[in-house]
Write a new protein. Structure first.
Length: 343
């Protein structure tokens, strides 16, 4: 049975006021300043999953190596920890939620951050409830309990901006931390929660299992970019040639997948080294794989890895409406397309 941890409103307010940079984390690998010119480290916000196909397949398929790069891949426990590693100089870049990047960039400690590529052009997050007791949108969440992935993380931010978009009082929604797992449905049946957030992989697994669930994507209420690559501006500038080769390697790898130059089965085979639980069932893995490819192309092939201004503006405006970002930030304060444009 899955466990939950109730999030007190006082704790949420404290976390929000304190910002995202108070986590105490251990260094991941070598210091950025000590890295060789052709070395790069990236921190992922979670354990290895198929959603990280951009990084994992580029590594497993030898695309980084062909660009003369030595890429170290580390796992973190959420975007906050991943950001800490970058801000502390313990990693070159991080793959984080775009809303987390915007929120962090609005704080003094994160003003040196810049996103240099959007991986998933649309949100990969879904809200799950039971079909016979659906939570069909933020308007149904008042006086109910919603499961989030972590306090102050991507899903709680998405929850808050969706509530604001529909004029629902944020304090009227109880939040609890629930794991990203199909088992969350049992918590709904037990009456402990009414709905919860899951990634695309769990949404696919629930659908394929025939569970009587009601699913909807957060983009239908609050359009935002999904995940982006981010780093400190001065590090990105100093390692510009390395970043350029990184972006080229990832884009080449993804285009090979998109264009069918690498078969689904072959791509999954190459990534077996990462021992992802969701990849052990070939049929399920193929379905999750295809779902994640769709997120890459949500704004068209021509925008692969590009920071699309319209989508970023939508996310920023929503963040401002919640008080998560000031109203005077410019697009260049948040991201650059210089590396994509150079390809």
């Amino acid at each position: 049975m899955e466990s939950t941890m109730t999030v007190k409103r006082r704790d949420l307010l404290t976390a929000s006021a304190a910002g995202m940079f108070l986590a105490s984390v251990r260094p991941l690998g070598a210091q950025v300043g000590a890295q060789a010119q052709d070395a790069l480290s990236i921190v992922l916000p979670n354990q290895f999953i198929l959603a990280f196909i951009d990084v994992l397949f580029a590594q497993a398929g030898g695309y980084f190596e062909r660009e003369g790069l030595r890429v170290g891949i580390e796992e973190a426990r959420g975007s906050s920890m991943a950001l800490q590693q970058v801000l502390g100089g313990n990693a070159t870049i991080a793959r984080i939620g775009a809303v987390d990047h915007i929120r962090a960039s609005a704080q003094p400690a994160g003003r040196d951050l810049v996103a240099f590529g959007t991986v998933q052009q649309s949100s990969p997050w879904f809200v799950v409830s039971l079909r016979d007791k659906p939570v069909s949108g933020p308007q149904d969440m008042a006086n109910r309990t919603v499961g989030i992935q972590s306090v102050g993380g991507t899903t709680e931010t998405l929850l808050d901006i969706m509530l604001a978009a529909r004029g629902v009082d944020r304090t009227a929604v109880q939040r609890v931390v629930v794991n990203n797992s199909p088992a969350g449905v049992d918590l709904i049946r037990q009456g402990r929660i009414d709905a919860y957030f899951v990634t695309a992989s769990i949404a696919v697994a629930l659908q394929k299992s025939g569970q009587p669930v009601h699913l909807w994507n957060t983009d239908t209420v609050a359009p935002t970019p999904g995940f982006c690559y981010a780093g400190k501006s001065e590090v990105i500038e100093r390692h510009g040639p390395v970043i350029q080769r990184y972006v080229r390697a990832v884009r080449t790898a993804l285009l090979d997948l998109i264009d069918g130059k690498v078969a689904v089965a072959d791509a999954l085979k190459a990534m077996e080294r990462y021992d992802m639980a969701e990849a052990r069932n070939p049929e399920l893995a193929a379905a999750i794989y295809k779902e994640n490819i769709a997120f890459l192309l949500a704004d068209g092939r021509e925008n692969l890895l590009r920071n699309v201004p319209k989508r970023w503006q939508s996310a920023y405006d929503l963040m401002v409406s919640c008080g998560f970002a000031p109203p005077n930030m410019k697009q260049e304060d948040l991201y650059t397309n210089r590396f994509i444009d150079a390809l």
